[in-house]
Design a protein around this ligand. Structure first.
Ligand code: G4P
Length: 528
């Protein structure tokens, strides 16, 4: 079959992740977006919290027990002819490495902020990753139905803490119990939410002075709206499409996910501005989505998507061409041509076998143990997409296998969980017998490790937690004597690729090493 460009398929695709601190309302917002897209019939299907149901993305038993989202997945739906891929990111701060990696497959991000709490710790970390990638970041300030910070103060906080300029595209009228309208600055109209209905009132030539608009609002709320908008017009940043696309200016929307106020408006405007699938960096330059040959990369591996099957799914982002069910592709790392079996897509609680996919789409591939995070798949050629960054673990523990008769299962479990990116593994190579050390970005991953080794591999382990909180990869043009780096407080270990890594308690000890050995550089990951 002759290859044609797939421009018509690329243009209407949007692939994004929602980033937020736990409890800001990500599940609620996701659920509302799926609802407006007709992907679920009843709001509450994704996560009926009180009914002790859990989000569709909550696959693992452990997260059910704890009511948190341990692993991230992808969901697809359509709205007004736009094909949307939402990359779901784990909400709990302990699972940020998975979240970080998921962001590598997103073309834009929605940053969700709780009006009451403002910019929170997890949001800051995730924002930094988005910044590093230079993707557009759209802000949704949630929970306007509660009494929170002044909207102008929240914007100031975003600019001060995150260092990104903002341009509010709508503005709330009142907050708490008074919140029932937003003013759409771009389209100059008021959106009134009454009795569950959205009603748009256009501001005519007289703008805010238009009686049709003015009479809808209580005088005090109207005056505050006018004051705020005047201030924004004078002191705020102007709308600048280019800056938005470069991730230098964040369009801001206000609303309440729970009350569905401002959500649909946000979705429509976001889809208008969010970028189409972007070209992806590779070893042979940028791969354009319009390239006729199929290519993609694995950004996440998830086990136990369906506990009944104990299966492992590798999530691939399609980067170019057209993916077809049953096709074969080069698995560049191993140099083999492989058939890509059972491609799946995900929608709310269901998954479907997928017939075809286009750039921006996320495909779940059945993984018999061949894939690793960052793997490139391509129909032709042996180029590789840029390596996904590894994020430095912050917690470490010595791991002891308690059951020697299960040594093989233990090794297999560790290998697979490392490939999935649940943990990073190091080994000691000085002072006595070799010991295994696992490093994680968030402490809860230790529990996931213990739980999964026991439930999936039938082995029991003991963890001895270490005081170290930093890992630095050691590089130098000269030969480094590990004895110089190790100390009472530092531990010298090797990673899986035999690279030397020093584990440290804090910055103080790192600074001491830097002062003492200026010829050595210390890196936060194996590939930076
Ligand atoms: P997350 O995924 O980001 O962790 O947040 P999630 O959607 O689970 O929301 C966290 C809490 O915030 C939930 O309350 C949810 O109902 C509430 N929430 C979300 N959006 C809004 C909003 O616009 N306004 C208000 N007032 N609350 C909102 P919860 O008490 O933890 O759960 P539930 O008892 O309501 O089920």
């Amino acid at each position: 079959m002759e290859k044609t460009t797939n421009q018509n398929q690329i243009k209407p695709r949007r692939t994004f992740a929602i980033i937020s601190h736990p409890d800001a309302g990500k599940t609620t917002l996701t659920e509302k977006l799926l609802f407006f897209g007709g992907a679920i019939r009843l709001a509450g299907t994704v996560k009926g919290r009180k009914a002790a149901k859990y989000a569709t993305s909550d696959w693992m038993q452990i997260e059910k027990e704890r009511g948190i989202s341990v692993t991230s997945s992808a969901m697809q739906f359509s709205y007004n002819g736009i094909h949307i891929n939402i990359l779901d990111t784990p909400g709990h701060e302990d699972f940020s490495e998975d979240t970080y990696r998921t962001l590598m497959a997103a073309d834009s991000a929605v940053m969700l902020i709780d009006l009451v709490k403002g910019v929170e710790a997890q949001t800051i970390k995730l924002f930094k990753v988005c910044r590093m990638r230079g993707i557009p970041i759209f802000t949704f300030i949630n929970k306007l139905d509660r009494f929170g910070k002044d909207p102008l103060d929240v914007l100031q906080e975003i600019e001060d803490v995150l260092g990104i300029n903002t341009v509010p595209l709508n503005w709330p009228v009142g907050m708490g119990k008074d919140f029932s309208a937003i003013y759409d600055r771009r389209h100059q109209c008021l959106e009134l939410y009454r009795d569950g209905e959205r009603k748009r009132i256009e501001a005519g030539e007289r703008g805010l002075e238009d009686p049709a608009l003015k009479d809808c609002l209580e005088p005090a709320l109207y005056d505050k709206l006018r004051e705020d908008l005047e201030l924004l017009d004078i002191a705020g940043d102007p709308f600048d499409e280019e800056m938005i696309q470069e991730g230098m200016l964040s369009p801001v929307f206000f609303g309440s996910a729970l009350s569905s106020i401002g959500v649909q408006t946000f979705l429509e405007q976001f889809l208008e501005m969010a970028p189409e699938p972007r070209p992806q960096k590779s070893s042979v330059g940028y791969i354009q989505p319009t390239d006729p040959q199929f290519s993609g990369f694995i950004f996440k591996i998830q086990a136990n998507m369906n506990p009944a099957h104990r299966d492992r799914i590798a999530f691939m982002r399609v980067c170019s061409g057209r993916f077809e069910r049953g096709m074969a592709a080069n698995h560049v790392r191993s140099g083999k041509k492989i058939k890509l079996p059972q491609p799946q897509q995900f929608l709310a609680q269901e998954r479907d076998i997928l017939e075809e996919a286009y750039p921006g789409d996320v495909v779940g591939l059945f993984d018999p143990g061949i894939f690793r995070i960052g793997d490139t798949l391509s129909e032709e050629g042996t180029f590789e997409f840029e390596k996904l960054p590894q994020f430095a673990p912050e917690y470490f523990a010595k791991i002891i296998n308690l059951d020697f008769s299960k040594y093989k299962q233990f090794q297999k479990g560790i290998k697979q969980l490392t490939e999935e990116g649940t943990v990073q593994v190091f080994r000691t190579f000085m002072d006595g017998p070799e010991e295994l050390i696992v490093g994680v970005v968030g402490k809860l991953q230790f529990e996931v490790l213990e739980y999964r080794l026991e439930n999936e591999y039938g082995t029991r382990i003991q963890l001895h937690h270490l005081l170290h909180h930093m890992a630095r990869w050691v590089r130098s043009d000269k030969l480094v004597d590990p004895a110089n780096l190790r100390g009472l407080r530092n531990l010298c270990v090797k990673d899986q690729d035999d690279q030397m890594v020093v584990l440290l308690e804090d910055e103080y000890y790192l600074d001491r090493l830097k002062d003492k050995y200026p010829e050595i550089t210390f890196h936060t990951s194996s590939n930076d």
